[in-house]
Design a protein around this ligand. Structure first.
Ligand SMILES: Nc1ncnc2c1ncn2[C@@H]1O[C@H](COP(=O)(O)OP(=O)(O)OP(=O)(O)O)[C@@H](O)[C@H]1O
Length: 684
């Protein structure tokens, strides 16, 4: 690959800048044409819908002068009519409809990302553009069919990966790698599960996949919706700008709490053991039984007075009807609605046997009559999820009858409240309870499915949480992203096959990403000392970064831990790029006070709030997952590990926080470092 051209006088560069200028002008014209459409119509609802669609389209056609409209070009061989395509974030056409730029998601763009010297895919030239504030500053060419040309690594790609990180996560549309592109473009009916070490681009791939799916299956997915699920509010803020930057503004982002917590106030926390038990898939059977147990076989017959006659359906016949409804795979509420019609039908059969000839209207009238609806309500009652769970957790006998043979007596005893709240409304529900309430709600009425769900940090979900997510994509597919080595919940998954089973997608395709884009070699090798102890069998990523990174381990006196931290942060903040100060959760206040005393302006991240705009952030260790900062200061690793319920989880938490750095990692400690971190590595 020849050296990138960097001069403004380069005629090639000027010609490309000319194409960019033309594309800008045409984009502005496309937007004007959209805005000029006169929305009229006799149907005001249709007119309003059209106006909204046009407004959204006009918004998506807004030009951001800071980003170039295209970042690459491919020239194809004669077999492909020698076509030339400029690849960018969106289609731009001239007023004759000829494309000036094609969307990166269009099928023809695939070759830009995947063509190689061994498989050129008809590409004779691949050109990447170096861009600065929306202007072309460099070109990098690969002649894929020229055997004499030396293969070299892309400087433009390297520059993009090495760019210091500030603010929220960016899109990677210009530099998606072939192995990533393969995953982005998997069809909409396939569930993919991507295992990858920290910084291998799982989140980036998942978000670009969501954008691609919305392009390729626009009608269905806009109608049914696409949902992104991440671990906490700070993470959602970190990733929240990526899809809008790709023109997709309608994708909802939420956490598990947000997903199941609608209408439930989560006001308490379960101890780890109980939360694990409540997250166990066996609870699904317990709840199913509890709901089924509310359907009572009657002892009394159904008596329906009509005119001068009284029709009697004996209890044994009602029991047969109930048995038939029980064996059908319908939800509780749907069966409840069917029951009055079934009972009315039995009455009609008797009427016919007595010589009457009742029609459907009579059956409807009988089904709606008070004796039938009262009787049906008594045997197949209206249920409220909170009331069902309230009863299980407050009444050991009710729990025993639902859990007998499923949960051991000691497990049942652990689930029952010590002091039961008087009413379901006054219960202090936990997150695990909210997940169970969600399961119960689905046993009553089917949860509607979305078109696609992207689930990030999926290793941390309990089986019951996975079931809750699976319900949201029962007729769609999912993109499941995670790293088993980063599992930090007591119920974290041990295998993706198991997670996919709980998600209801046992045929999901598990694949692995190996190349690390975030963490430089020195830092990843340090963090990887933990792997053999807490995730044997899993390897660290192979860092693709040119920069090996900076690693500093600083031992300090306990009484100067925070002042030393502030000193170091002050030094790091003088350079461009974000600084994450990752501290034990219990140290957030002390860390923030020390930074304030040192005059360092900063934000504090939390599980329920994000604020990614500052240069310096104090990050509680439990919130760091999925985030990244140019430079990271990890304070007191031993305390971060000790805050977790067991050693393995503690070391995994540490692995997560040590792998957030893009350029440099400083570890400041007063207590001895956890044992595995002091093991020698080839870098020592
Ligand atoms: N092809 C690429 N080109 C440029 N940057 C990339 C590419 N792939 C990934 N990155 C960058 O690498 C960083 C890590 O990516 P990402 O957060 O998606 O990794 P991850 O696997 O989800 O990490 P973690 O397991 O720590 O959550 C991000 O800054 C992302 O933009």
């Amino acid at each position: 690959m020849p050296a990138p051209s960097d001069t403004h006088l380069d005629p090639e560069l000027l010609a490309e800048q000319g194409h960019l200028d033309r594309a800008r002008t045409e984009l502005a014209a496309m937007r004007e044409r959209t805005l000029a459409v006169d929305v009229q119509g006799s149907d005001p609802i249709a007119a309003e819908h059209l106006a909204r669609t046009l407004w959204q389209r006009a918004r998506s056609l807004e030009d951001d002068p800071a980003t170039a409209l295209f970042f690459g070009r491919i020239d194809l061989d004669a077999e492909h009519d020698g076509e030339r395509w400029y690849v960018g974030r969106r289609h731009v056409t001239d007023d004759a409809g000829d494309p000036l730029v094609i969307d990166w998601r269009a099928p023809v763009s695939t070759a830009f990302y995947r063509a190689s010297r061994t498989e050129p895919m008809g590409v004779t030239l691949r050109r990447r553009f170096g861009l600065d504030r929306g202007r072309i500053t460099a070109l990098e060419d690969e002649h894929l069919t020229d055997r004499t040309e030396q293969q070299a690594s892309s400087q433009i790609l390297a520059r993009e990966i090495e760019r210091p990180r500030v603010g929220p996560m960016r899109d990677i549309v210009a530099t998606i790698q072939p192995e990533q592109d393969l995953l982005v473009r998997v069809d909409d009916s396939t569930t993919v599960c991507i295992q990858g070490a920290p910084g291998t681009g799982k989140t980036a791939v998942g978000l670009h996949r969501a954008a691609w799916l919305l392009y390729a299956y626009r009608d269905r997915l806009t109608r049914q919706g696409v949902l992104v699920i991440g671990p906490n509010a700070s993470f959602l803020e970190h990733i929240g700008a990526v899809l809008p930057a790709l023109g997709e503004v309608q994708v909802r982002h939420t956490t598990i709490e947000g997903l199941v917590g609608e209408g439930v106030r989560i006001r308490a926390t379960d101890p780890p053991g109980r939360a694990t038990l409540k997250g166990d898939a066996r609870l699904a059977d317990v709840l199913r039984r509890a709901v089924r147990a509310t359907v009572q076989d009657p002892d009394e017959p159904l008596v329906v007075p009509r005119g001068a006659r009284r029709w009697r359906i004996p209890a044994y016949e009602v029991r047969e009807i109930l048995d038939e409804l029980r064996t059908r795979d319908v939800r509780h509420d749907a069966a409840r609605q069917m029951l009055p019609q079934r009972l009315a039908h039995a009455v009609l059969v008797q009427m016919e046997a007595a010589g009457d000839s009742p029609d459907d209207r009579v059956q409807d009238a009988v089904a709606r009559s008070t004796p039938v609806t009262r009787y049906a309500d008594a045997v197949w009652p209206r249920l409220d999820p909170a009331a069902v769970l309230h009863r299980l957790w407050s009444d050991p006998a009710a729990l025993e009858s639902a859990a007998d043979g499923i949960l051991a007596p000691a497990e049942q005893a652990d689930l029952v409240w010590d002091q039961a709240p008087r009413t379901p409304g006054s219960a202090r529900w936990t997150l695990a309870d909210a997940v169970l309430l969600d399961e119960l709600a689905d046993l009553l009425t089917r949860t509607p499915s979305l078109g696609h769900v992207m689930l990030d940090e999926a290793q941390d979900l309990s089986p019951m949480q996975l079931r809750a997510v699976g319900r949201r994509c029962s007729t769609g597919a999912a993109t499941v992203l995670g790293d088993i080595a980063q599992g930090t919940t007591p119920w974290a998954t041990g295998s993706w096959a198991e997670s996919l089973r709980h998600l209801g997608k046992p045929d999901g395709e598990v694949t692995e990403l190996h190349r690390g884009f975030r963490v430089p070699a020195a830092v990843i090798e340090y963090a990887a000392r933990l792997l053999p102890v807490m995730a044997p069998g899993l390897a660290a990523p192979q860092s693709v970064r040119d920069n090996v990174g900076e690693l500093d381990i600083v031992a300090v006196q306990a009484d100067s831990l925070w002042t030393e931290t502030a000193d170091r942060v002050a030094g790091l903040a003088r350079r461009p790029g974000s600084v994450g100060v990752v501290v034990p959760d219990a140290g957030v206040t002390a860390a923030s006070a020390a930074l304030t005393d040192a005059g360092i302006e900063h934000g504090t991240l939390g599980a329920d709030h994000g604020d990614v705009e500052h240069q310096v952030h104090v990050v509680p260790a439990t919130v760091a997952k999925g985030l990244e900062f140019d430079r990271v200061v990890v304070v007191e690793p031993a305390a971060i590990a000790d805050a977790e319920p067991d050693e393995r989880t503690g070391l995994r938490r540490l692995y997560v926080v040590l792998t957030r750095a893009v350029s440099g990692l400083s570890v400041i400690h007063a207590r001895p470092l956890p044992g595995p971190l002091t093991a020698p590595t080839p870098l020592d």
